[in-house]
Write a protein that binds this ligand. Structure first.
Ligand code: ADP
Ligand code: MG
Length: 477
């Protein structure tokens, strides 16, 4: 029997707001070097402490929602989800169940060559719990994270393979960074994922019992967990068994999952509207002001289809906002997408990648304006493309004005044809034997003539013009 994989994702993304969700305490992961140093009354649930919603959280959640092409609701509401756990000091989590901040969006991503669309059901915002660590003899609790804002992004069961899931998550990460909503760094617990998996016979459209794998937080882990769960379910179905609807935990070291709770002992969270917070009402204007026109995937397709870049180059140049903005500005000033891309990829990125500092295009010594000047000089035959690379290298290390660098380093290309004719004449006069051989059919000697002309002009002659003059003189001869 052949099975089709059906997966839906619930992804938690930490909102990168300055303050936590319901109070003035910093929402800074950087502060979390030591446990329990970033704890204030509201997040600790101290008696009498009342929450007030941070506007920064709403701002970024709306931006993220636009990035996922959601309908943002002007009215949403918070709900109280009660459960007991030591790292949940209030005894309940404030979340949104009945009226989430946004609904009905989608994310487009390339899976291999194919552009796929994954539907997103809803995004709600909620406060994180603290963290606990258990050893054999004791449990430790850290409240630094308590009250930090999260977005839970829930998809439809639209994924049909592990690759679908991984490409969705990579694109989601890019969108979160592009919109400024979150760095979405998995290692820093800014993005984690619950993966719901079921199988069905190929060709069928039923939705069978699903298993939810909780709290996965690396691409490798997610890949391994999906493979193992698919295998586990195939084995059950192949033996005519049924898959229980349950929540399982993934043990990455052991390479297997274990049951956490089954459908029967699913928790009753006693949801009800949060009495300590008013509904969240925002204007359509507030929503519209935060729209984002172009996403990474839109830029990638533009680079590919309109600007005719190679697929890998289009992917790289659209993947990160500062680099992509740098590239777009350069193209706007040159109208030369390919030449601009080439200098960024083969010179700037290539050099930056050799260093171990994080690459940030917004703080480079070379500006898009300077790079555009270089591109335009190549376009106007003022410098050769080899020399352009040299100028970009200097600009990257020292900054400065391309014109001044070109003059200082004697890199300007000579396009003066009468001077170049003289060089060609001199080169030909010194090579009678080669001319004879060339005319007798040894045509690859042409490169020898061009090379000598370039040498004679100290690299400043335009090779295109030399080629023209040489062709004329050698065929006339
Ligand atoms: P809830 O947890 O609120 O009951 P659902 O069960 O409908 O909501 O969905 C939770 C997540 O599980 C969603 O991401 C959804 O796409 C996914 N999902 C629902 N049914 C299935 C299924 N049969 N197989 C795989 N994923 C599913
Ligand atoms: Mg769920």
């Amino acid at each position: 029997m052949k099975y089709e994989i059906v997966i839906g994702l619930e992804t938690h993304v930490r909102v990168g707001s300055i303050t936590k969700m319901f109070g003035g305490e910093p929402n800074a992961v950087a502060l979390e070097r030591d446990p329990n140093i970033n704890i204030w009354p509201v997040s600790l649930g101290l008696p009498g402490a009342l929450p007030t919603l941070s506007e920064g959280v709403v701002d970024l959640a709306v931006r993220a929602s636009h990035g996922l092409r959601m309908t943002v609701n002007t009215f949403s509401q918070f709900d109280r989800k009660s459960y007991f756990y030591p790292d949940l000091p209030m005894g309940y989590q404030i979340t949104q169940l009945f009226h989430p901040i946004s609904e009905h969006g989608h994310l487009d991503a390339f899976v291999g060559e194919e552009l796929k669309r994954f539907q997103i059901r809803r995004i709600h915002i909620e406060a994180d719990a603290g963290g606990s660590k258990h050893s054999v003899t004791k449990s430790l609790i850290d409240f630094n994270r308590a009250g930090s804002p999260l977005m839970e992004i829930v998809t439809e069961p639209d994924f049909r393979s592990k690759e679908d899931v991984l490409e969705y998550l990579k694109e989601l990460q890019k969108i979160m960074r592009f919109t400024g909503a979150s760095d979405a760094d998995m290692e820093k617990w800014q993005l984690r994922c619950d993966v719901n998996i079921s199988l069905r016979p190929e060709g069928s459209h039923e939705l069978r019992n699903r298993v939810e794998l909780k709290n996965l937080n690396s691409f490798q882990q997610i890949g391994r967990a999906i493979d193992a769960e698919v295998k586990r379910q195939i084995e059950i179905y192949d033996e005519n068994g049924t898959v229980d609807q349950e929540t399982r935990g993934w043990d990455d070291d052991a390479g297997e999952s274990h049951s956490l709770r089954s459908k029967e002992d699913a928790m009753d969270y006693r949801y009800f509207p949060e009495p300590d917070l008013p509904p969240l009402v925002i204007t359509q204007e507030y929503i519209n002001e935060r729209k984002i026109a172009e996403l990474p995937i839109d830029r990638r397709q533009k680079y590919l289809n309109e600007w005719k870049l190679l697929p890998d180059d289009a992917r790289i140049l659209s993947s990160e906002r500062a680099m992509s903005d740098f590239y777009e500005k350069t193209v706007a000033l040159t109208n030369e997408p390919k030449k601009s891309a080439s200098l960024i990829l083969t010179v700037i990125l290539w050099i930056l990648k050799k260093g171990d500092e994080e690459i940030d295009f917004s703080t480079l010594k070379i500006t898009p304006e300077a790079l555009a000047k270089v591109v335009n000089m190549v376009k106007n035959d003022e410098i050769s493309s080899t020399n352009a690379q040299e100028v970009v290298r200097i600009l990257l290390n020292e900054g400065g004005d391309p014109d001044a660098i070109v003059d200082e380093k004697w890199l300007r290309q000579v396009n003066d044809t009468s001077a170049m004719e003289a060089i060609v004449d001199a080169v030909l006069a010194a090579s009678p034997a080669q001319i004879a051989e060339y005319r007798a059919g040894k045509v690859n000697l042409f490169g020898y003539f061009v090379g000598n002309c370039m040498k004679e002009s100290k690299g400043q002659g335009n090779p295109k013009i030399f080629t023209e003059i040489l062709t004329r003189k050698l065929t006339q001869g």
